[in-house]
Ligand binder design. Structure first.
Ligand code: FE2
Ligand code: FE2
Length: 435
């Protein structure tokens, strides 16, 4: 008969829970005077807190067959022997209640654990950089600063597939004219953050990281090496390049599965093309802020014939109006920076240094291609322009003669020669805007 059968497990559970809740309710009533008692005698507060914490631990340990362990606010409201008001009055938040009851990590504990993890992750990146980046810092040095004249061709902010096709052709032909002793790729060779965004666009055929690197290595560095077999070629790492190192170091498993895991050195064919890096950063940076500061410590200084600092090449880390002058003041040598994408020059000096000149290059990227997504208003208004420089250094005289090549909408000029854009190059620019 149904009225003589034993209750089911579910029924037993619900009876037990109702009983416990009724019990908790009567306890809360019995303890309801406590809030007034603590108001009257604040010295009681500490012992009340201890009672509260003991009670939260009791709730947490309610029989496993009835509940999974929890010290949530909801659970305590149902089964706690004290009112929420009392908790608020003596302890404050529920999170603090849990911490005091030893059921949650304290803020300080959390910070210590998170620092351990962050440091560990930072060490992984540093080890990656020690293996795949740092050994090429200063590799393949070939400049002779005792020569009467040293010619450098310097371009910054290539942003891989946003490199301006017309600009790249002019870069190559100017290179063949001036036969530089050194070529400087002054930062942002790749455009890594955009790559990850593209991956999220459904149906968009993504470029792999390797393709991204190749789109700089082959048309730029490989072509330069073929044209200038003896030149001193250097990559000065910028913020986007550093980001790529972090990505390669931090996600080896995911990238390996995508068939994209590679050493930074191999990806940029450093040994094959005999290209060195300027990579002074430690890559040991547990925080975002430290990452930014670390890459801002990356520059190359060339010395005059008396061994005095003479020419600095830095990707750039000082922004805002007058950024060329800001860099000049920081280094007080002749020099160049990129990063801003708008060309600027500055002139200053001291009694000790003599006059010094500074040249902020535009970008080697097509400004509309690289800037469309995040620059408000017309790109023209930003002053962004495709430019590179040829710097003739005279170390014995501490003199520099710098010529800029500006690649415009349809033409470019350098050293008595003019170039005009081809229809194919115009199409390639247009294609960059159609993502
Ligand atoms: Fe850039
Ligand atoms: Fe940059």
């Amino acid at each position: 008969m149904s009225d003589t059968t034993e209750p089911t497990v579910a029924e037993q559970r619900s009876i037990a829970i109702s009983g416990m809740m009724a019990d908790a309710r009567s306890n809360r009533e019995a303890n309801s005077h406590l809030i007034e008692a603590v108001r009257q005698d604040p010295d009681l507060a500490e012992s009340v807190r201890q009672e509260l914490c003991a009670d939260l631990r009791r709730v947490f340990e309610l029989p496993r067959e009835l509940f999974p362990p929890s010290a949530s606010r909801e659970r305590y409201r149902q089964h706690g022997h004290y009112s929420e008001q009392l908790i608020r009055y003596t302890i404050g938040t529920h999170a603090e209640f849990k911490r005091r009851a030893g059921l949650d990590e304290t803020m300080a504990d959390k910070r210590v654990y998170s620092n351990i993890s962050k440091t560990l992750r930072a060490q992984d990146v540093m080890h990656y950089a020690e293996k795949h980046v740092k050994p090429w810092d200063g590799a393949y040095d070939r400049l002779d600063m005792t020569a009467e004249q040293v010619v450098l061709q310097i371009g910054s902010d290539w942003h891989s597939r946003y490199t301006d096709p017309f600009g790249l052709r002019v870069w190559g032909e100017v290179r063949d004219m001036v036969k530089p002793d050194g070529l400087r790729y002054n930062g942002d060779m790749v455009d890594f953050p955009k790559l990850s965004k593209h991956r999220q666009l459904p149906g968009h055929f993504p470029l792999t990281i390797k393709q991204e690197a190749d789109s700089f290595v082959n048309p730029v560095m490989r072509a330069d090496r073929e044209a200038c077999p003896d030149a001193d070629m250097k990559i000065i790492m910028g913020n986007h390049d550093a980001r790529l190192v972090y990505a390669l170091a931090e996600a080896p498993n995911a990238l390996y599965q995508l068939g994209e895991y590679a050493g930074y050195d191999k990806m940029f064919c450093l040994d094959e093309l005999e290209v060195g890096l300027v990579a002074k950063s430690t890559f040991l940076n547990p925080t975002e802020r430290m990452k930014r500061r670390d890459i801002a410590k990356n520059w190359e200084v060339l010395y005059d014939s008396n061994g005095q600092p003479f020419w600095t090449t830095v990707h750039g880390f000082l922004t805002g109006t007058g950024s060329a002058m800001k860099h000049l003041v920081k280094f007080m040598t002749n020099g160049t920076n990129g990063h801003m994408h708008n060309p600027e020059t500055a002139s200053s000096g001291t009694l000790a240094t003599g006059p010094v000149r500074w040249f902020q290059t535009g970008c080697m990227a097509f400004p509309h291609g690289v800037g469309d997504e995040y620059m408000p208003g017309p790109i023209e208004a930003s002053g962004w322009a495709t430019t590179f420089i040829v710097a003739r250094l005279f170390p014995r005289h501490r003199h520099v003669a710098v010529e800029e090549c500006h690649i415009g909408r349809s033409m470019a000029y350098f050293g008595g020669y003019t170039w005009e854009i081809t229809p194919e190059e115009m199409d390639q620019r247009q294609a960059m805007l159609e993502v």
